[in-house]
Design a protein around this ligand. Sequence first.
Ligand code: GAL
Length: 429
Amino acid sequence: MSKRLLSLCSLVMVIAVVVGSFAPAARAQEDLSGEVEIFSWWAGSEGPALEALIALFNEQYPNVEVINATVAGGSGTAAKAVLKTRMEGGEPPDAFQAHAGQELIGTWVAADRMEDLTFLFEEQGWLDVFPEGLVDLISTDEGIWSVPVNIHRSNVLWYVPANLETWGVEVPATWDDFLAVCPTIQEAGVTPLVLGFAWTVYHLWENIAVGVLGPEGWNGIWTGETDLMGEDFLKVWDTFGKVLECSNFGEDNETMEWDKAIDRVVDGTAAFNVMGDWAAGYLTTTRELVPGEGFGYAPAPGTDGTFIMLSDSFGLPLGAPNRDNAIAWLTVLGSKEGQDAFNPLKGSIPARTDADVTNPELYNAYLQSAAADWATDTIVGSLWHGAAANEQFTGNFGGVVDLFTASGAPEAAAAAFVELCSTSGACGG
Ligand code: GAL
């Protein structure tokens, strides 16, 4: 999904929006009081960026109390289950976190449970400041469904430069390079690649798939153009299996959330970890390490020049108990000030194109490099983090990976993948 490709659809949508909606405007700051319940999975080491945003909201809306409802758990697997129960039970929060893309559109938008935010985009002038491709990702013909707060990158390889030097290991440019260096790292008594809970294994899979297939082959999965029983796709599974053998998969990975896996890289018991750049937020904000010194970063093997994107956004459920306050919350997180408060701590870059990303006081070297890559790389959508496929696919994808890890058979996994494509309708064709 290149930014360029998406721009045409967005133009059509922008015209529709301008002609479009007359929903009521957000209320003035001084009128607002009471509560606003914000639902997300940003707790613990994921908390500081959200807290900065809440502090900004408190400054602007001193009479509104924020109820910070979080359900901890990386990539929101636990939070999404709780949200489902609440939505189905008629008890929506005032605003909730969801990834830009099919994660929200294929679920709560499709079920007619969200409010169209076109009016807010018009009122705030956001159609001029959010990238067209991103607006397209959060839109359908019927409306715009959430407010993006950031752009995260899924395909980053994390390591400690001094440790690699000690072990005489270079940063691998491809998965074959990684596999070649794996025995050297193992001989040093170190885990070559550290994984955490199951979702981090699925996250690794998308990185390997993009690394092996390239951006076109990856996009072709979702348009139906990539042959899912073909040689290249079988190579994805084969490579995935070999990489798992160079990891702690099946040993202690199920004991660790993603940040604990990153800790293993920092303490030198593991060489590499593949994780989204919330890891940069953790390493700088919580661990207080300096990018390029305390930790190093590179595109995941085989993905140089490609940016696997995802975007955290918040939507407004129909029937939100404190609708006006929720709109105020959305206004703050979509503002330039809001994005510049949140992103430097989160490890993400602002979704807005006019945020202060070149300011080194705010955005560290890692974030500046991510912003530069975002501007020039080929952009594709993350599967696991909601951008590339619908929730029916994503929710069942783990079963395909589990089948592979149990059988070790690329053909069986590819066939199960094809079957899931067909039941979910996620793969075009
Ligand atoms: C992603 C989310 C990130 C971060 C990560 C780890 O899905 O977009 O903001 O929270 O999960 O939990």
